[in-house]
Design a protein around this ligand. Structure first.
Ligand SMILES: [Mg+2]
Length: 175
């Protein structure tokens, strides 16, 4: 049950995953959720950790896209500071906006992964798009109210997946 929510891989944080991990799985394109994956929803500017991670990913030749269900200006300011394209108001878990972007940029589904912290939006949209998914734990304590609502479902579902060994730790898929 709840198969559509099961991520391909799991990590505590995006920042613990080596940058060549993705290439080992044939991945060329990485869609990265902003809030509580890269930074806090309060961050207008990326933290040093985000800057260096993005730099490394770019250096490795991945195509990056920062994605958020949040609105334009803040997301754009954040992404501009990283020098990475972004898509705001993505309406995850609905796939239309991301699918259109992927199509117009030649992102092939099996070469694409989404990194995000929420089962209800990130994991489900990845499933809907037929792409891989790296689920991470929330990076900071604070959440927006919409996310706090989603966590009511996310928390028990995540616990269920952990108990049933449905979460594949990235290190078990890395050699
Ligand atoms: Mg998030």
């Amino acid at each position: 049950m709840f198969k559509a929510f099961i991520p391909t891989f799991h990590a505590t944080s995006l920042y613990e995953v080596p940058v060549d991990f993705y290439a080992k799985h044939g991945i060329k394109n990485i869609l990265i959720d902003l809030d509580n994956t890269l930074g806090s929803y309060k961050d207008l500017h990326p933290r040093p950790q985000a800057v260096s991670q993005i730099e490394q990913l770019v250096k490795h030749g991945y195509n990056l896209l920062i994605i958020s269900n949040n609105k334009g200006p803040r997301v754009r300011t954040y992404a501009d500071n990283l020098g990475v394209p972004c898509l705001s108001s993505t309406r995850k878990p609905f796939k239309a906006k991301l699918r259109n972007f992927m199509k117009s940029h030649g992102f092939v589904p099996h070469e694409t992964i989404l990194v995000g912290d929420q089962l209800l939006t990130d994991s489900l949209v990845a499933h809907n798009l037929g792409i891989k998914m790296l689920l991470v734990e929330k990076l900071v304590k604070e959440d927006q109210w919409t996310t706090r609502f989603n966590r009511l479902f996310d928390k028990p579902l995540r616990a269920h997946f952990k108990k049933k060994n449905k979460l594949t730790h990235w290190s078990h898929a890395y050699d």
